[in-house]
Each structure stands twice: as C-alpha cells, then as structure tokens.
Design a protein around this ligand. Sequence first.
Ligand code: UT7
Length: 363
Amino acid sequence: MTLPAPPCRAEPPGPASTAAVITGLGGCLPPTKITNGQLVREGLDTSDEWIRTRTGIRTRHRAGPGVSTADLAVAAGRAALHSANRTHTGIVLVATTTPDRLCPATGPEVATRLGLTGTPAFDLSAVCSGFLYAANVASALLTSGAFDSALVIGAETYSTIIDPRDRNTAVIFGDGAGAVCLERGSAADPGAFLRFDLGSDGARSDLIAIADGGSRSPHRGEPPPADRFFRMRGPEVYKQAVLRMTSSARTVLALAEWPLPAVEAFIGHQANQRILDAVAQRLRVPPERCHGNLRHVGNTAAASIPLAMADAAARHVVEPGARTLLTAFGGGLTWASAAMTWPAAATTYLLPERRPPQGDHHE
Ligand code: UT7
C-alpha cells in the first residue's frame, strides 16, 4: 500500500511572488441601529450592563422588513468596486449564512445588480469564517491564473434567523455586509494575501445550527418555532472560538514565517470582546494593535472581518503595508486565518440597495 504524500508546505511567498491584493474596500450597514436598551424595551430578558460587560457590544444594525442579504451585498460590492475604481471583476463570491433563498444562490443576483451579468458568481457557506474561506478561494483562483480579479463579499441578515426572545443570540448578532476587490499583483504590494490556514470539525456541528429547512429536516407543515431559528450553545462555542482562533492564527504565522512580535495589526472575528481579548492575550498581541468595530455592529458573521477591515481603513489606524493577522471562527465548526499586508485602499460605505421591481417574472 502506498502511503499518501505528506501535505506540501511551500516556502512563504517572496516579494516577487504573485499574490491576490486588496485594491478596494466597501461596507454597508443598514441605517437602523438597535441599542442594548432597545432590546430590553422590546421584551428581551437582559440588561445594557450585562451585554456591555459580557460581550462589549453597545449597538447593532438591523436591516428591517423588505431588506435582504442581497440588498446589503450589492451595496457593499458596489462600494468596493468604487473604492478600487473598477467597473468589472472576473468572479463574484458571496459568503453568507443568510442567503436570500435556499435556491438559487445570492451571488448571480448580486452580480447582475452590479452590472456584471455574465460574470461567474456563487455563494460560499462557512458561517462566521465564510469571508476568509472565500478570500482563500478567490486568492487561489487569482494566483493560479484562472482569473485576474475577484469581488469577495461577506453579507448577512441574521435578524431574519434570530429568535428575538433568545438572549443567547439576540444580543450579539447584527446585520451588515463588507466587501473587497482583489486583483492579481505581487506579494510586495500593500494588501497582499500571503498565507491562509483553514480548518473544520463537523463532529461539533450541533454547537451552531438551524435545525429545520434543510434536506435532513425538510419543511413539512409548520415546524416548531425553536427549529426555525439559529441556535448557538454559547459557552461551548466561546471556548472553541478561543482555542481554534488561537491555534489557527499560530499556524498561519508559522506558514508566513512571522514571529509573534512581527504582527502589526490584528483583526479577529467580532463575536465577543472577551473572546477577542483572550485570543490577543494568548498570541501576545498588544491592545493597541488590535482593531475592530464590535461595540457598534455586534457579530455580523461572514461580514464581520471585511466590515472590521473597512472600519479600520476608514479610521486610518493601520499603515498600508503593515503585517496583518486576520482570524475567524464559526459554525460547522469552521475556522480560518490569513497573514497579509494592510491595503492602501480607502473604504467606501453605501446604504442598502433595494431590489428593483421584477416585472412579470415569477420566482
Ligand atoms: O459567531 C460565531 C461564534 N460565536 C461566538 O463566538 C459567540 C460565543 N459565545 C458567547 O459570546 C457567549 O457565550 C454569550 C455572549 C453567548 C453568553 O455569554 P456567557 O458569558 O457565556 O454567558 P453564559 O451563557 O455562561 O451565562 C452566564 C449567566 C447565566 O446566568 P446564571 O446561570 O449565572 O444565573 C445566564 O443565564 O448569564 C445569564 N445570561 C444572560 N443574562 C442577561 C446569558 N445570556 C444573558 C443575557 N442577558 N443576554
């Protein structure tokens, strides 16, 4: 019997190597902001003090009736194209857990509404790690020569899948979309993705799940309300998030051959400030190098990393070219990290774009 070859660990890319480079950054946050106090007034059994001290979150955005994930994705995608000064891209990837419909994917509609009909477009589902999974896929498509540019969008409307009476989830999740334009460039360019680490563990899929509506439990009549909503076993997810983000971050730093003090900017999945602090502490990244927008937007799942990047770029808190570590964790379980240099692109934000009327088409 022939044993499989060990995984190939290539040398970290030298400055002349080809790399996917971020040339545009965009974001979309629906205008309705929900404060902690408002959640209490809506009848949730919680308090502003509990949410602030246990999660660090003060507000989150809510898309509201009639506004879908595609509406946010189109706005973020348009913003990123504007930031990159582009009207076209080679391929569109939409990372989301909350697609507009189970079928078809959200990507083709997003591409068409961006004026990109004909461009390949698809969705990718890795829950809160979705953006970094999609960035790795796009990066590989660019460095392989298959495409020379890509638009990668993370977009979510968790307000459509959260049980408003579930204080375990209702306090932390928010709606939003973030996007990046990627172009084939060199590893020496600011904004270059240098290394990725991805992983998953399906044995723990019960920790974060929506029970109903998939092929294992197809809609048959009216499901029990609890099965229709997103459920999370908070404390266990908390422990896994700290463990997985820390180890994945260490792996990607080893692949990039960056010693820990080399990290000049750190953005982790914006899930809970206590998780982010625990990961940063284990990685020995000092607080002044940690960036995020958790307190204003909460946990926006697949949109979290690109929205946090868009926010940091808009505030000019990281120098272009700075060695940057990104790490995320989500349902699946999935985890993902990237070593990259900070882009030179400026952030554009746009408001959600409602879908134009569809005429006589039947869906
Ligand atoms: O994005 C994908 C990854 N997701 C995450 O990374 C989220 C990970 N999990 C978390 O962030 C946290 O587990 C939560 C924020 C969801 C919960 O915080 P926790 O510190 O783990 O709280 P807990 O569930 O251990 O509950 C501690 C106490 C309990 O009360 P007793 O039994 O000590 O009296 C809960 O009933 O806090 C209570 N509690 C709340 N009280 C007020 C739990 N949630 C709330 C709440 N408001 N929202």
